[in-house]
Design a protein around this ligand. Structure first.
Ligand code: G6P
Length: 371
């Protein structure tokens, strides 16, 4: 068994460290020498895709958070309204889906019953379904019109890691592809983003090379029982995913919030010494970065212990951070791929320190095949 884990103590840790390769494999062959995105597997005609007027993204757990990130990217690049919904909620509310709707079902296993029932419902209404999946020949791809496979390799740890980051990459590819066939004026942006995507494996590797900093933090915080994760824009789903990892394998109370919502309620629960992880958007022209920096000040003023994930060299955050985790430079939309890595490592280390079975956490299954 030790050999199967490639010298790691857990499959989950091994899979976290496999992410540079998993991301590179997911990108492989999808960018032509002519600078065009090639997604031959999307067997829905460009004419049909040009008529789409709404996109609905469906998933559960981690896949749902990947979908939340996808919404930001797809709406920005494609300019088609995009909804994200929990698969278990979708069918039962009589959703408005029709032949002009593109349904994107995200599922690592391809067997999640909630997601499967949701796409069946969408197809009954005539909507087109694209699956984003990591498991060849599984049920959800088989019942979809097309599938984009994430090439992460088998994911054994119940808590998804490389599954998530490769889902993000597949979502970016889908968004850029839709932008490309709809002849968007973002031609240059597609090329720039593709270049950035190709650089992600090296940037993730850089974060993994500094795992020991995150492990030390995990040991410093080992006696804490409540954690908060804050983020804004695509940092919000990344915060939710960080909190989910800690719930799943460390069994700790952790909550993710949109940083802008803090003042509308969550700030009331901040206690002195409570660890608050904050994902700071890259420094840019918009005010997003500064707003999140103010949020760090707000929680710090209530005595929280702030762990700040910010772009390397971001001097604005240093004075308000108890710990800074530097993220390699990347554009805002792609930042979750990097931000989530230290959060995965943190959860894995805390769970290990607590003596939990990281690969087989209590009460959870890798793939839930009942509704
Ligand atoms: C289960 C797993 C989660 C996963 C979710 C969706 O609840 O424990 O880790 O995110 O299912 O799984 P899927 O295979 O559809 O991505």
């Amino acid at each position: 068994a030790a050999a199967e884990k490639g010298g790691f103590d857990w499959f989950m840790r091994k899979e976290i460290f496999e992410q540079p390769k998993a991301i590179a494999d997911t990108l492989l062959g999808r960018y032509s020498a002519r600078g065009e995105l090639v997604l031959d597997e999307i067997r829905i005609s460009p004419e049909t895709l040009r008529r789409i007027d709404k996109i609905v993204i469906i998933g559960c757990g981690t896949a749902h958070y990947a979908g939340m990130v996808a919404k930001y990217a797809i709406e920005h690049w494609v300019r088609i309204p995009c909804e994200v919904e929990l698969a278990s909620e979708f069918r039962y509310r009589d959703p408005i889906v029709n032949p002009q709707t593109l349904c994107v079902a995200i599922s690592q296993s391809g067997e999640t019953a909630d997601t499967l029932q949701a796409i069946r419902h969408a197809r009954e209404q005539g909507s087109h379904v694209i699956a984003i999946c990591n498991t060849n020949g599984s049920t959800i791809p088989r019942e979809s019109d097309a599938v984009i496979y994430t090439h992460a390799g088998p994911e054994i740890g119940v808590a998804s890691t490389k599954g998530f980051t490769t889902q993000l990459v597949a979502c970016y590819l889908l968004g850029l592809y839709l932008a490309q066939i709809r002849g968007m004026k973002y031609g240059d942006e597609i090329r720039d983003v593709m270049d950035e995507l190709q650089q992600l494996p090296a940037k993730v590797q850089e974060l993994l090379d500094h795992a020991s900093t995150v492990y030390e933090l995990a040991h410093q915080l080992a006696d804490q029982e409540d954690y908060i994760f804050l983020g804004r824009h695509v940092g919000y789903p990344a915060a939710l995913e960080g909190a989910l990892k800690l719930k799943e394998i460390a069994y700790l109370h952790s909550e993710g919030f949109a940083a802008g919502e803090l003042k509308h309620g969550p700030i009331a629960i901040i206690n002195p010494d409570m660890p608050v992880f904050v994902i700071v958007p890259p420094q840019g022209r918009d005010q997003l970065h500064d707003k999140v920096v103010s949020n760090i000040q707000e929680v710090r003023a209530r005595g929280a212990r702030t762990i700040v994930l910010a772009e390397q060299g971001d001097e604005h955050v240093v004075q308000f951070a108890d710990t800074v985790i530097g993220l390699p430079t990347v554009s805002t939309l792609l930042q979750p791929v990097l931000a989530v890595v230290p959060l995965q490592l943190f959860a894995c280390e805390v769970a290990t320190a607590l003596g939990n079975d990281v690969d087989q956490p209590r009460n959870l299954a890798k793939s839930v095949t009942v509704e």
